[in-house]
Design a protein around this ligand. Structure first.
Ligand SMILES: Nc1ncnc2c1ncn2[C@@H]1O[C@H](COP(=O)(O)OP(=O)(O)OP(=O)(O)O)[C@@H](O)[C@H]1O
Ligand SMILES: [Mg+2]
Length: 586
């Protein structure tokens, strides 16, 4: 009981209260129903006493009728009260968890990307599902179970004393003897069943991982190894389950022997009193009823306590998520706004930046680069040079440790990230598609685009032709992450999406790398008209793209090592000349 008040649980209770508070009237109704039903259950003992003493013992059918009528009324009251209690309590549980899930998700989508580098998204997912489910079971049942059984224990003990103080003293002394072994076994069963659940989760995740990678599994003939490992996982799960079942079987046996044995002893002592005329048979019946209620309520309390403790842990993890602050935010003071349409002047000045997960190894080491409005700049350089990182900085997914990144002469930290990003359209190195139709995927960045606009964008990206060949054209549904399309098709959808947004700055990160030379050529042909009046940064490995650019920036190991036109660089920069020779076959 004292554990209930530990500081951790107080914090959990505060979180629960924060979410329950909007529904306090429902909670009050539930509490009333709970008190009423507990009261009725307890008064049932008196009903039994009357039934036995007045009906059966006096052999009077008149009295029996009246007792049964009273009993029936109690039953109706109990039924209605239980309906209200169950409905309201479960409703509050489901409602709060729906609110918690929404609030946590609303919070998560605004968190800075760096947050997800230190926190595996699978773990966050599990917090959103398992932890909230646990909270739901606590708010939606355990808490009410706890209150109900606490009332039962208190009320039951009081009534026991009123009914028969002598027998009660015997019960109070014997109760711990009966409950201690049952509680002990119960605790062991619970911890084993938790382990059992974990094992089953292991089985599930193993299956999921193997099956989603089934082509790799079969290509490497890894099946036998997988069978062996999976068998091991399953057998472990079975083993845990077997231990749990064994303990549980013992528990049931113990309950029968101890509880029924205790009832027998009570009946014996009480029966003697009845024979001697010291108490009535009804009193004895009521007494047995109350002691059973107190005993079972005590047992339930101990079980619920474990659940409440687990929920406290879950609540804490959820609270932690809600407390995580986004490091990428609009400034508290000195907020600047960009014009309705930015001209597209970008600048990096002496920027030094290391990813949060690798602080000792900067990805950008003192880089300055100025892009004028309307210019097309190509970024070239070896793999891992820091090209994609420059895009991350321009979109302010991260803030640099030194130097400044600015747009229209305004440092990015002076802007609201939402205001900043609305001027960018980006095609990332790994085209990101979502579960949904082809049309939904193109419309992603511009919710109100018309079908005609979508088609126009798809035509420029050379996606229109292949989309028409899909079973339902633009309405074709894609699986998770655009499953069911080739790499090049995905890229073309991603380009169409970026073109549709019609932003003044276009960032293309190897957007055409998976396309055949013909398609790429066609897109390249279309791009110049499109790039008019826009600032475009392209990361590319192919000559066609690079040659079209106004200037080329050569990046190596996080530094800008050369800047100029293709012609200038071929003549003046050995690294570029070598890259050009290797990659463009010049
Ligand atoms: N999220 C990250 N956390 C830590 N380090 C990262 C992260 N992303 C990239 N890096 C590291 O930063 C450096 C620059 O990476 P970046 O992705 O910018 O290279 P790139 O020039 O785009 O290469 P590629 O041509 O292969 O796409 C690399 O050394 C890479 O390992
Ligand atoms: Mg890259």
């Amino acid at each position: 009981m004292i554990q209930i008040l530990s500081s951790r649980q107080r914090r959990a209770a505060r979180l629960a209260w924060r979410f329950v508070r909007p529904y306090r009237w429902q909670a009050l109704g539930a509490l009333l129903a709970l008190i009423v039903t507990a009261g009725i259950t307890l008064s049932m003992g008196q009903g039994i006493r009357l039934l036995v003493d007045q009906g059966f013992m006096t052999q009077s059918s008149e009295l029996l009728n009246r007792s049964i009528a009273g009993f029936m009324m109690l039953i109706v009251g109990l039924a209605l009260g239980t309906f209200a209690r169950f409905y309201l309590v479960s409703w509050i549980g489901e409602r709060c968890v729906a609110d918690i899930r929404r609030q946590v998700f609303d919070h998560l989508v605004y968190l800075h990307p760096g947050f997800y580098e230190n926190n595996r998204s699978s773990e966050i997912q599990s917090r959103l599902t398992t932890d909230t489910t646990l909270l739901q079971s606590v708010i939606g049942s355990s808490l009410s179970l706890f209150l109900r059984n606490a009332l039962m224990v208190i009320g039951g003990v009081v009534l026991l004393f009123i009914t028969n103080p002598k027998l009660t003293s015997i019960v109070v002394v014997a109760l711990p003897l009966v409950l201690a072994p049952i509680l002990m076994f119960g605790r062991r069963v619970r911890s084993l069943s938790r382990q059992s659940q974990d094992r089953i989760a292991d089985v599930g995740s193993y299956v999921a991982e193997t099956l989603t990678q089934i082509k790799t599994v079969q290509a490497y003939n890894h099946q036998a190894e997988d069978r062996r490992r999976f068998a091991q996982t399953v057998e472990q799960a079975f083993d845990t389950a077997r231990q749990r079942i064994l303990q549980r079987a013992w528990l049931i046996t113990l309950v029968i022997v101890l509880v029924l044995g205790a009832v027998a002893v009570m009946l014996w002592v009480g029966g003697m009193d009845v024979i001697a005329g010291r108490i009535s048979a009804g009193e004895l019946a009521a007494f047995v009823f109350y002691s059973l209620i107190v005993g079972s309520a005590f047992g339930t309390l101990s079980e619920v306590m474990g659940e409440l403790q687990r929920a406290a842990g879950a609540a804490e993890r959820i609270a932690e998520l809600l407390q995580a602050r986004s490091e990428i935010q609009a400034p508290c003071e000195g907020l600047q706004r960009l014009p309705a349409r930015a001209s597209g002047a970008l600048a990096l000045d002496d920027v030094v930046f290391a990813y949060p997960s690798r602080l000792d190894q900067p990805a950008i080491k003192g880089l300055s680069l100025h892009v004028s409005p309307g210019e097309t700049l190509a970024l070239v350089g070896p793999s891992g040079a820091g090209k994609s990182t420059i895009f991350d900085l321009l979109l302010r997914f991260y803030d640099p440790q030194q130097g400044r990144v600015s747009i229209e002469g305004i440092e990015l930290t002076q802007l609201d990230p939402l205001d900043l990003r609305r001027h960018f359209a980006m095609v990332s190195q790994t085209p990101a598609l979502f579960y949904g139709s082809v049309e939904d995927n193109i419309r992603y960045g511009k919710a109100n685009a018309t079908a005609a606009q979508i088609e126009a964008a798809a035509r420029i990206a050379h996606a229109h032709e292949f989309i028409l060949q899909l079973p339902q054209g633009y309405q074709t549904h894609l699986g998770d992450a655009g499953l069911g399309l080739s790499g090049g098709q995905r890229q073309r959808l991603a380009i169409a999406r970026a073109l549709l947004v019609d932003a003044p700055i276009l960032l293309l990160d190897e957007a055409t790398s998976a396309l055949d030379a013909q398609s790429e050529h066609l897109i390249q042909q279309a791009l110049p008209t499109l790039m008019q009046g826009r600032t475009t940064l392209v990361i590319a490995h192919r000559l066609a793209t690079v040659q079209n650019a106004d200037r080329i920036a050569v990046i190596e190991e996080g530094r800008l090592i050369a800047l100029g036109t293709h012609r200038e660089l071929i003549a003046g920069n050995p690294l570029y000349a070598r890259l050009a020779q290797l990659q463009f076959g010049l």
